[in-house]
Design a protein around this ligand. Structure first.
Ligand code: GDP
Length: 600
């Protein structure tokens, strides 16, 4: 059969544009965010002038500070220039920018791509595994639950593709890289637990991505199941069931028992039909990398999802900033196939590098074109990377926690990196120095040592040699297999690095009943403790007619001749405020202390 697939080359060639960032005839033409340094150079002004401009607004920036588009616009106005933002399609961004438009007559419907999200322990993994084991096309070794990133099931003659890394980390890290793979989100909510924090997060991410949702109310087999409550809680989060007047399909079932899964498939098919998902099978493939790893026997094994076009063996693909040739194609459960069309997950071998999860890929037949494009992209990516590395902007007083992430699969390592970066705050910057797949190497340890980083691994254990080497180099390796565990520990580490924060707590209030004057010590307040307590050495405020007139500390607390440690509510005592004598009957002494607040 002759290959009638449309090449992707023409679209790319036609759309690659180059824009000169420059000031021309009073108009500043630019393509996106740029550093103060680059901006200053482009408008031929000293960078210091711009730094000073911000300094006057109380903002301390250095020349590497990135100006976003709004800031660039403001500066242009400041200088009296017009500005014009132009979209540049270049080697670095072409995968996101190039528009592939197929004519209506070439389009055919394609299977929907599903991501399962929900709170931890609500049953995502159980549901995904159940679906996989019960419904994946027959003929393969039964019962394997090895995760390959995605798989496809067939229901009533319709194919459905599932991404099998549950949770919103994978979803958001993919999305952060510009990959919009998911067509429909299945939100799993345990009927006995209801809406929990990650349920809400999943809803937020789904809405932000503009992806439709189906709710699977799970664990209906449990005695504590209360689906009405779940429905109520979800409606508060604006996820309203159809029978409550909303437009979200709710399915009730049990992943564990395999109940409700048929109904879930029906719901997915209904939703997919509404979405009218279409693609052109007659072109070279375009899609997204879901996962990649190095297999001892087979080399690089990558799971891809074809979104448009068809992938065949001997095709070249450019993914990330590399290119490679596809040697074999298999379904994600290991059946050899000749080609993979739109909406299909496929495991490929033959690449000589591990592309990143979330990388888009483009298929080509012309090796030279693919090679050049990849080289150009690699160069542009490197430049951008160098730039962003030198720009790790550390704010005044901010500390940096350097981390090297190693994981068994690319998807995880990306997800881990993404989650780690969300832990950053004003005081601590998290810098992921390296983020890669595979066992820990000596070079990882050297890098960790050089950059004073800790190594966090995921489903990877250091071998004896490496462990010893790390110990010798005094590099800390932390091993994890649960993402939340790791985030918790890193959070603890961050808290340890942060300055403690204090919050004032009022311990008590006393009335001054009488003032005793002594020539040697000054004025002693004879007090009655109204509420709470006061301690010797307490910080105090003196309040007169509702106004604070002094802040200080007690330097004596006594009852009669006896020194007191503490006076409680209802008790009387005598006290002196250090170096202060202006006290009157009727004044109030408010005692307080600074307590360390749990840092967050
Ligand atoms: P995930 O963290 O969302 O992936 O949750 P898991 O799939 O790991 O499930 C968490 C726990 O809930 C496991 O012990 C499962 O066996 C259990 N579980 C999952 N689905 C069901 C269900 O439908 N009914 C019951 N009774 N237990 C379930």
């Amino acid at each position: 059969m002759s290959d009638k697939r449309k090449l992707n080359i023409k679209e790319i060639k036609d759309q690659l544009t180059s824009v000169n960032t420059e000031l021309k005839d009073g108009v500043f033409v630019f393509t996106g965010p740029m550093s103060i340094n680059d901006f200053a150079e482009a408008i031929k002004k000293p960078a210091n002038e711009i730094i000073t401009h911000y300094f006057k607004q109380g903002k301390m920036y250095n020349i590497n500070h990135t100006l976003d588009e709004e800031a660039i616009a403001e500066l242009c106005l400041e200088y009296g220039y017009d500005f014009q933002k132009e979209n540049e399609v270049n080697a670095q961004n072409f995968m996101e920018q190039v528009q592939i438009v197929d004519s209506e007559s070439d389009l055919q419907s394609r299977p929907p791509i599903i991501t399962v999200m929900g709170h931890v322990d609500h049953g995502k993994t159980t549901l995904i595994d159940k679906i996989r084991n019960a419904n994946v096309a027959s003929g393969e070794a039964g019962g394997i639950t090895q995760h390959t990133g995605a798989y496809q099931v067939e229901w009533k003659d319709q194919k459905i593709t599932f991404l099998d890394t549950p949770g919103h980390e994978a979803f958001t890290s993919m999305r952060a890289r510009g990959a919009k793979v998911t067509d429909i989100v299945v939100l799993v909510v345990a009927a006995d637990d209801g809406v929990m924090p990650q349920t809400k997060e999943a809803i937020d991410h789904t809405k932000a991505a503009g992806v439709p949702m189906i709710v699977f109310v799970n664990k209906m087999d449990k005695p504590g199941a209360d689906p009405e409550r779940v429905k109520g809680e979800l409606s508060q989060a604006d996820v309203v069931a159809e029978d409550w007047g909303g437009d979200i399909q709710f399915i009730y079932g049990s992943g564990l028992k395999g109940e409700g899964i048929d109904q879930l498939f029906d719901a997915i098919n209904i939703q997919a039909e509404l979405l009218e998902l279409k693609a052109n099978p007659n072109r070279l493939a375009i899609g997204t990398v879901v996962e990649s790893r190095i297999d001892k026997g087979r080399g690089v094994v990558a799971t891809l999802i074809v979104e448009n076009g068809t992938l065949m063996s001997r095709d070249f693909i450019v993914a990330g900033s590399n290119y490679g040739k596809i040697r074999t194609l298999e379904t994600t459960v290991g059946q050899k196939i000749e080609e993979a069309g739109p909406g299909t997950p496929v495991t490929v071998t033959g690449l000589n590098y591990t592309p990143n999860a979330g990388d888009k890929f483009f298929g080509f037949q012309d090796e030279k074109f693919a090679k050049n494009l990849a080289e150009e992209k690699a160069f542009a990516d490197k430049q951008a990377d160098l730039k962003s590395r030198s720009i790790i902007e550390v704010k005044e007083g901010q500390k940096v926690l350097n981390v090297i992430v190693k994981a068994d699969v690319q998807g995880t390592s990306e997800a881990v990196k993404h989650s780690l970066q969300k832990l950053e705050n004003d005081e601590i910057k998290i810098n992921v120095v390296r983020n890669s797949v595979g066992t820990i190497s000596k070079s990882d340890i050297l890098l960790a040592q050089a950059s004073n980083a800790i190594i966090c691994t995921f489903n990877i254990r250091p071998t004896g040699d490496v462990k010893k080497y790390a110990e010798d180099q005094k590099v800390e390796i932390r091993t994890y297999s649960i993402i939340y565990k790791m985030l918790e520990e890193v959070e603890d580490m961050i808290n340890g690095m942060m300055k403690p924060k204090y919050q004032e707590e009022i311990t008590g209030e006393a009335n001054i009943i009488k003032v005793f004057s002594y020539s040697k010590v000054g004025n002693i307040a004879g007090c009655l403790m109204e509420k709470g307590y006061i301690e010797s050495g307490s910080k105090v405020r003196l309040i007169r007619n509702g106004r604070v007139i002094h802040e200080g500390v007690l330097d004596s607390l006594q009852r009669g001749p006896n020194a007191l440690k503490r006076a409680d509510s209802g008790k009387d005592f005598g006290a002196h405020i250090k170096k202060y004598d202006d006290i009157k009957e009727g004044d109030i002494i408010e005692a307080y202390k600074d307590v360390e607040v749990t840092k967050k």
